[in-house]
Design a protein around this ligand. Structure first.
Ligand code: IPD
Ligand code: CA
Ligand code: CA
Length: 259
């Protein structure tokens, strides 16, 4: 945990500096952006971890592709919310998780602009800026806000997400939010602001830390089909637990095949 926090602080400092000073944004593939901030942050985080644990594997979005089935695995999103970052919206985070034998052990999600820390450790709960947090207690869809995201897609997946949103609105939910950083969306479920969050495609780095945060806050996380999350590309549904079946039925109905 200590190393994860040190790595997040170091990566976050790089990201915050580039946010202040400006940086050239490039397009990776359709609408998926990247900058030197993402790449430098990932190298800094990986170096900080490897200084302490030279034999551990690292899986990062930009530059580290070790095997996902390694016994000791660190999963890094060096800048989650790059689109917000690129458009001067200070809602993004560094996300770091440590997995042992395929199971999440600890996670850190850090917004360096707000200096917001979301920490979690297996069996130790979920903590937001030093305060223990829990998912909401709502039992009805009519009582909650639901978060979502669209991946980088302007086709079937975007249409399916909109269909699911329409159906959720028909259940008289309080509202839909699309804030643009999946790791922070998961934290919003853990802190009780969102009753649920779903997205039809995410990378392991987007949810590796956030899923443990939700679970340790008392919530439930599965794929949108209701199966256990893999360490890899997947749909994700996180809820306060109470609402899992109700939201899952709706998001599963619109789930694009094989997500
Ligand atoms: C993205 C964000 C966004 C989600 C996308 C992710 P990135 O991560 O988490 O909220 O909708 O699917 O890819 O590219 O900013 O690290
Ligand atoms: Ca991400
Ligand atoms: Ca990223």
């Amino acid at each position: 945990m200590q190393i994860a926090v040190a790595a997040a602080r170091a990566g976050g400092a790089i990201v915050a500096r580039y946010f202040r000073d400006g940086v050239e944004i490039r397009t990776k593939e359709s609408f998926n952006l990247v900058s030197d901030a993402d790449v430098e942050s990932e190298h800094m985080i990986a170096e900080t971890i490897r200084r302490e644990f030279p034999k551990h594997a690292v899986l990062g979005e930009e530059a580290h592709q070790d095997r996902a089935d390694s016994e000791h695995l660190w999963i890094i999103d060096p800048l989650d919310g790059t689109n917000n970052f690129a458009h001067d919206i200070p809602h993004f985070a560094v996300s770091i998780a440590y997995y042992r034998k395929g199971e999440p052990q600890c996670g850190v999600i850090y917004n360096p602009i707000r200096d917001d820390w979301y920490l979690t450790e297996r069996g130790q709960g979920a903590w937001y800026n030093g305060q223990r947090v829990h998912v909401g207690k709502q039992k009805l869809l009519t009582e909650v806000i639901i978060g979502t995201g669209f991946f980088y897609d302007r086709g079937k997946m975007m249409e399916s997400t909109l269909d699911a949103i329409r159906e959720l609105f028909q259940q008289q939910i309080h509202g839909i939010r699309r804030f643009g950083a999946a790791s922070l969306d998961l934290c919003a479920v853990g802190c009780g602001s969102f009753g649920a969050f779903f997205e039809y495609e995410l990378g392991a780095w987007d949810f590796a830390a956030g899923r443990l945060f939700v679970e340790e806050a008392g919530g439930r996380v599965t794929t949108c089909a209701g199966t256990p999350l893999p360490i890899g590309k997947s749909s994700v549904l996180a809820t306060n637990g109470e609402l899992h079946n109700a939201v899952q039925q709706i998001v599963a109905k619109h789930l694009p095949q094989s997500k």
